[in-house]
Design a protein around this ligand. Structure first.
Ligand code: SF4
Length: 498
């Protein structure tokens, strides 16, 4: 089927009823675009098509199945053929996701699928829908020590502003991409670029982003980030101070001083509490930067892609001098190392107390390797964040506030494509979900621009009726399996299963 893409926005016909002669076209009302679709074609988002004059959701409904061999966890359904074969099914074995279900737009309709099943003896309802999210985005966690750009720097896709660098976390740089202000608040190009960037990241596609005053990033959920063309390998074992503490016992017998270079907290062993407790003699080292507490230094250098997330190419640049009156002596052995062990160098002080490069003894090399072995592989993590607005909630119940309260009181569980979500406290239903825990192909778009994502609300039937649920629209899971187009897949199907 060929998508109908006359432009970035489809042809919008003001009044479908005016075209009474053209019976081969159907109007899609599933989003504000209102595509008018010829037979054999799809609308602008490729999610709906005209199949023999009938408006049809193109993607089949994705059913998840619990497996015994994976501890009962839910995985994408993979064994049914085109439809249920009539065998008795147990509700607890199946979970209908919102992927492929369709939306409630324009918000007066019940959710597309309201499915009843028996789960461990409890009469349960799962309300299944696809939300159209204008208020959404992704939080991207990039495991790296490298400086990708200053916090608050603009992040761009195709030259358009789509987000910003946000607060760095332990061992990771963080991006905030999308959000309603980029989707709707700028020019049309900005909104579309933002939508495409969110969609690509959520779909697990390799996505190129650039940071103003920073790096060029190649990011893909569940895969190591590529920063300025260099694949990242390791996530730090700890900050410089923590690394000093963790390996202090080994180093106390191998060397006279260790500096763990870190853009945030550089550690100096003999001054550090760990060195003091181990009775290490002072080395007389004088380090640049701002001393925080003994053996812990801030601002030793500028951030960059060098040692420990600094711009250092030569680590000796942060050593001001060695003082003989504070314990420095010829022959003093100095190890300098980064928080991942990827950068390391060994020095011995000469008669003038100047550190000179020297071959690293094997035992010291082993200690550096020990750091590397304790680092995790660097990863790109993508969390989709969105808010289920009043209109989406109205598809679940006639009283949207009732659903919010039911979710708050934990009577209703929320999932996104079957994956567990983190619910923010406070008002509304604002959730975050790891996209790699969702089935492939869970996300879509409409060119308003907005992102389409599955959402499911599961509760007991009694609770569903109590919140004013659409009782007349409840159907059995057997009827879904028998009557709907089922997504049948092979192999591993969660985005994170590669
Ligand atoms: S963009 Fe998609 S959902 Fe929106 S009207 Fe067109 S076909 Fe329907």
């Amino acid at each position: 089927m060929n998508g109908q893409r006359p432009s970035e926005y489809p042809e919008i016909v003001p009044d479908a009823s005016a075209i009474v002669d053209d019976v081969t076209k159907v109007r899609c009302e599933a989003c504000p675009i209102r595509c008018f679709i010829k037979v054999g074609q799809t609308g602008s988002c490729d999610r709906y098509g005209n199949v023999d004059g009938v408006l049809t959701r193109i993607d089949p409904v994705t059913i998840l199945q619990r497996t015994r061999d994976r501890g009962g966890e839910i995985v994408p359904f993979a064994v049914l053929d085109d439809a249920w074969n009539g065998e008795l099914v147990r509700g607890e074995d199946f979970f209908v996701t919102g992927t492929g279900s369709g939306t409630t737009y324009p918000d007066y309709k019940p959710a597309p699928l309201i499915v009843s099943s028996d789960v461990r003896g409890v009469d349960t309802v799962t309300v299944v829908t696809e939300g159209i999210f204008s208020y959404c985005g992704v939080k991207v966690k990039i495991d790296t020590d490298r400086h990708v750009g200053p916090e608050r720097a603009i992040v761009r896709s195709d030259g358009e502003a789509v987000g910003h660098v946000t607060t760095g976390e332990y061992g990771s740089q963080m991006l905030s991409i999308g959000g309603v202000n980029h989707l709707t608040g700028g020019a049309k190009r900005e909104g579309l670029a933002t939508m495409r960037a969110i969609l690509a990241l959520c779909q697990g596609e390799s996505t190129e982003l650039t940071v103003d005053g920073g790096s060029r990033l190649q990011l893909r959920a569940g895969i190591a980030p590529i920063i300025d063309g260099t694949p990242e390998e390791l996530m730090r074992v700890g900050c410089g101070s923590a690394t000093v503490g963790m390996f202090a016992i080994d180093w106390s017998t191998l060397v006279d001083e260790v500096v763990v270079v870190d853009d945030h907290i550089t550690g100096v062993l003999t001054e550090h509490q760990a060195g003091a407790v181990l009775d290490m003699p002072a080395s007389g080292i004088v380090i640049m930067g701002r001393k925080s507490t003994p053996g812990r230094y801030f601002n030793i250098a500028a951030p960059g892609s060098g040692w420990g997330g600094t711009d250092l190419v030569d680590p000796l640049a942060i050593i001001e001098r060695f003082r003989a009156d504070r314990g420095a002596h010829a022959g003093l052995r100095l190890l300098m190392v980064s928080t991942t062990g990827e950068s390391s160098a060994y020095f011995v002080l000469d008669d003038d107390l100047v550190p000179r490069p020297a071959p690293m003894p094997q035992a010291v090399q082993d200690s550096v390797d020990h750091i590397r072995l304790n680092c995790e592989p660097a990863m790109t993590s993508v969390l989709f964040i969105a808010g289920a607005g009043g209109s989406l909630r109205a598809g679940v119940t006639k009283n949207p506030i009732g659903l919010t309260r039911s979710v708050r009181s934990r009577l209703t569980s929320v999932t996104c494509g079957g994956a567990p979500v983190y619910l923010w406290p406070g008002g509304g239903i604002t959730f975050m979900v790891d996209v790699t825990a969702m089935p492939r192909g869970s996300f879509g778009h409409v060119p308003t621009p907005a992102i389409v994502a599955p959402l499911e609300f599961t509760m007991s039937t009694a609770d569903y009726l109590a919140v004013g649920g659409h009782a007349g629209s409840i159907r059995s899971i057997e009827s879904v399996l028998a009557g709907e187009r089922i997504r049948h897949l092979d192999g591993s199907h969660l985005l994170g299963d590669r």
